[in-house]
Design a protein around this ligand. Structure first.
Ligand code: AHG
Ligand code: MN
Ligand code: MN
Length: 330
């Protein structure tokens, strides 16, 4: 059944669930809770210039980066909102050193774990450019065992649902449960996410390439040759915000390729496999695009560490295929 434009996120989730008579409702509740958390984060992001939440809080996170105040706030909102809903056995966050296992009776019986980047592109807060929240949801690997790190170190092929919220000139939530990608725009007048981009599909051709070009000299030779090919042979233009959510959102809507390749100083690149690369790859793949770590799919990587990084290339299918076959990097 086709769902009309303007349908609220809650209504959409309920109607979609009816297609799965065996569904317990837990995943739906979880997605709705993420939607509510996103609205709370959005409220603060919108007021970032007015109240004293701009700038950093003087601490560094486990990856050695300065933690911005809004990073903290977004992390707390997500934790409080989704951890207490009863559907989660545990969660992992870019801002937490370790996974958090929920040791309540409900938590022990819950089937799902969530991983999130509470605020992506946080360096852009101070200049009012697009930032976002990224999430992915997995099923626990074995309900006979207590929830542990191994439930979070699953391959991208095991993702049950993933999505992002972009706090841009409008706020959108884009997500997939493995059955296509749908986008919802927040209507501030009613405080609801409403279906605005049904069944999102990537352009087959065109679009921009998106990379931190200042790192060009630090990229492996094949990546440099590939970028030259995009510019010289395909005549592509370049766009780069420096906020993965913003750059991938543009790539999803307009086509092209987003990349964060390895550099001589960061041989695995900068982006985190579990919080950024896998969820965004899942969405790009669901929209008909493709993602790669340079020579193989990101969704086929077996994660070994919670905060591990990986090279990222994602976008139009043919651009990724050319990369992997003619300009592969390890
Ligand atoms: P985060 O704010 O969650 O730490 O992520 C920042 C990331 C990502 O959003 C973006 O693609 C990348 O950093 C930009 O890095 P450079 O400034 O090195 O280009
Ligand atoms: Mn991020
Ligand atoms: Mn972040």
């Amino acid at each position: 059944m086709k769902i009309e434009i303007g349908t609220t996120l809650d209504e959409f989730i309920i109607r979609r669930e009816k297609n799965y008579p065996d569904a317990t409702g837990d995943l739906s509740k979880l997605l709705r809770d993420i939607g509510v958390a996103a609205k709370l984060i959005n409220r603060s992001v919108n007021k970032a210039g007015l109240v004293d939440i701009l700038g950093d809080n003087g601490e560094t996170n486990i990856q050695g980066e300065t933690v911005q105040k809004l990073d903290d706030y977004s992390n707390e909102v997500l934790k409080n909102y989704i951890a207490n809903g009863g559907q989660l056995a545990g969660f992992g966050s870019e801002e937490e050193d370790e996974v958090v296992i929920i040791n309540t009776e409900e938590g022990k019986n819950a089937h799902y774990v969530v991983l999130f980047d509470p605020l992506d592109g946080s360096k852009n807060i101070d200049i009012n450019a697009s930032i976002g929240t990224i999430f992915s949801i997995y099923k626990r690997t074995d309900m006979e065992e207590t929830c542990s790190l191994k439930d979070f170190l699953q391959k991208g092929t095991e993702v049950v649902a993933a999505g992002y919220v972009i706090y841009g000139s409008s706020t959108m939530m884009v997500y997939s449960t493995g059955n296509g990608v749908n986008g919802f725009t927040l209507d501030p007048s009613i405080g609801e996410f409403c279906l605005s981009h049904p069944e999102m599909k990537m352009n087959k051709k065109g679009g921009h390439y998106s990379v931190n070009q200042a790192n060009y000299k630090l990229f492996p030779e094949n990546v440099r040759r590939y970028i030259d090919y995009l510019v010289d042979d395909l005549d592509m233009g370049m766009r780069y915000i420096g906020s993965m959510v913003g750059d991938v959102h543009r790539t999803l809507l307009k086509g092209g390729i987003f990349m964060y390749p390895p550099t001589t100083s960061a041989p695995s690149g900068k982006l985190r496999l579990l919080y950024e690369a896998i969820p965004m790859s899942f969405l790009i793949n669901q929209a008909g695009g493709k993602s790669s770590m340079g020579n193989a799919s990101i969704l086929e990587i077996n994660p070994t560490e919670l905060h591990q990084r990986c090279p990222v290339f994602m976008g139009n299918k043919d651009l990724i295929e050319t990369l992997e076959t003619q300009y592969p990097t390890v």
